[in-house]
Design a protein around this ligand. Structure first.
Ligand code: RAM
Length: 513
């Protein structure tokens, strides 16, 4: 998937001044301890977890439930009963954000992302008693320990399982939203916990997968963070990292790695690069930090110039068959119309930022280009059917309508009518990422009640499944759908889905203490 749009002759250009700034803002991780709350042996009922679990023999399968999502480092101890241990024990461990990930068999895996993301280990234990500290960081609520092979002369006693949980977010900083609606409070709580788990030394997209920054995710995380944890330095750090590690021609990459060294990936996505501008715009609006805006403005401007290279003679973004733009997962979804709308909004935001910096000529230039881009998107508007069409085949999707509404290209009454007929259209949003923009469009058109009702229905359906963090991909009408062809590889604590906490605080405010 990812390699289809790798840049030929890809090279990274580093801006050492930006990187130094980013590194100065590297946060310390806070640590807390968590232990299992329930256990289940050999498929039996869940029971309250006690101090130790005795008599584990070959074939024993133990499940542990930590009661909520955790991200961190696991430690446990073993002692033995019976005869002196005369052979090592071979164990299989698996960690799952959901129970469906536990014990997933590699040989049955059919997904299109590498199976190495499955959180599984096989370990030998040679000496007893012992304490085992697993070196990897895991993201999970459930753990399965299977005794694959052990001598019949002795049994294992499992003791002291715990997890050193890590996050740079301070949950104590977060004020309650100003609402008595218990459903909203629950939706808010899961949004905050999702974000908490993804806030490590950067905003990760998911602590299980991909454990790195993606610009689309960062945009929504930053928005939610301002109204919850308020960690503006972490947003600033991430903006400097994206600006400081550039692809060819000054492109901002769609994703970057922070470990083992700083490295921008070779994926470029049209919308994600423009989300750099969206994120910088929000950052400035929230902080008023003009120095950072001054420094990062050129990076933002460059993204518009690069995006403009895709325009045709009418000023319309050219479509192509490769993975050039994200917008959402969805087989066959055409991105042209949505991408054009993202481009319009990027120009609008950049024009505003140019004005802040007193670059009035540039401001006017971006504004004029935005007007042209708005005229161009109307070429995609089917005046008879009153819908936007995308791509050569004139595909009609929710996505095109939602993004066109957000770009403000229709008079308000027409935009409202368009949103009201979405239910009749094909290609519904597949991810909480795209559902977020649906809510934004509803709120923009003064359908705030509908937005909240949709939030309760869509994000609420994840809570009804027992989730305490929100998923990467979720379609309540097709719960088995996976953009990766395998549910077990999906991330069930995914940054871009945390935005109920944003909407609730934006529209209800926070409680006064
Ligand atoms: C996946 C992740 C990530 C997203 C990209 C486009 O790898 O879900 O969050 O931003 O796709």
């Amino acid at each position: 998937m990812a390699s289809t749009n790798s840049l030929p002759g890809f090279q990274m250009t580093v801006n050492p001044v930006f990187i130094e700034k980013a590194q100065e803002l590297k946060p310390l991780l806070r640590e807390t301890m968590a232990s299992p709350m329930r256990i289940s042996l050999d498929g039996g009922e869940w029971q309250a977890a006690g101090e130790s679990i005795p008599s584990l023999h070959e074939g024993s399968v133990l499940r542990l439930d930590f009661g909520h999502h955790v991200t961190g480092y696991v430690r446990f101890s073993f002692d033995t009963e019976g005869s002196p241990p005369d052979a090592p024990a071979l164990l299989e461990l698996s960690f799952g954000e959901k129970e469906l990930e536990l014990g997933a068999q590699l040989e049955n895996y059919k997904g299109n992302l590498t199976a190495s993301w499955l959180q599984q280990e096989r370990i030998h234990v040679d000496e007893f008693p012992c304490t085992i500290k697993l070196p990897r960081r895991y993201a999970f609520r459930y753990v399965e320990i299977k005794i694959l092979a052990i001598s019949p002369k002795y049994q294992l006693v499992l003791q002291n399982v715990d997890t050193r949980c890590v996050s740079s977010a301070d949950i104590l900083q977060v004020k309650a939203p100003d609402t008595q609606d218990t459903e909203l409070c629950q939706l808010d709580k899961a949004g905050i916990w999702t974000l908490h788990e993804c806030m490590q030394d950067v905003f990760e997209d998911g602590p299980k997968r991909d454990r790195r920054m993606w610009l689309g995710d960062l945009y929504l995380q930053a928005k939610t963070n301002y109204l919850t944890f308020g960690n503006t330095d972490l947003v600033k750090r991430c903006l400097y990292l994206f600006a400081g590690l550039r692809q060819n021609e000054g492109r901002v990459g769609a994703t970057l790695f922070v470990r083992p060294r700083l490295q921008v990936d070779d994926i470029y996505l049209f919308d994600y690069a423009l989300f750099f501008i969206f994120t910088l715009y929000d950052y400035y609006k929230y902080t008023g930090d003009e120095e950072t805006l001054q420094e990062l403005y050129a990076t933002a401007q460059r993204q518009v110039e690069i995006a403009s290279e895709r325009l045709d003679e009418h000023g319309l973004v050219k479509d192509s068959a490769d993975w050039w733009c994200f917008i959402d997962w969805g087989e066959g979804l055409n991105k042209q119309c949505s991408a054009q709308a993202v481009f319009i909004l990027a120009l609008e935001k950049l024009s505003w930022l140019a004005e802040v910096l007193g670059r009035n000529e540039e401001k006017q230039g971006f504004f004029t280009r935005m007007e042209k881009a708005k005229r161009a998107i109307m070429r995609l508007y089917d005046k008879d059917k009153k819908v936007f069409r995308s791509g050569e085949a004139g595909q009609v999707s929710w996505h095109s309508q939602i993004w066109a509404v957000l770009a403000g290209v229709l008079p308000e009454e027409e935009a409202r009518r368009l949103l009201l007929q979405l239910d009749r259209l094909p290609f519904k949003p597949q991810t909480p990422f795209m559902h977020h923009f649906y809510l934004e469009a509803l709120c923009k058109c003064r359908f705030q009640d509908k937005a909240f009702a949709h939030m309760k229905a869509y994000w609420g359906a994840m809570l009804q499944e027992g989730a305490d963090t929100y998923y990467e991909s979720f379609n309540p009408d097709a719960r088995d759908f996976s953009p990766y062809g395998a549910k077990e590889i999906e991330s069930y604590c995914h940054a871009w889905s945390c935005t109920p906490a944003y909407f609730i605080r934006k529209y209800c405010g926070v409680a006064v203490e």
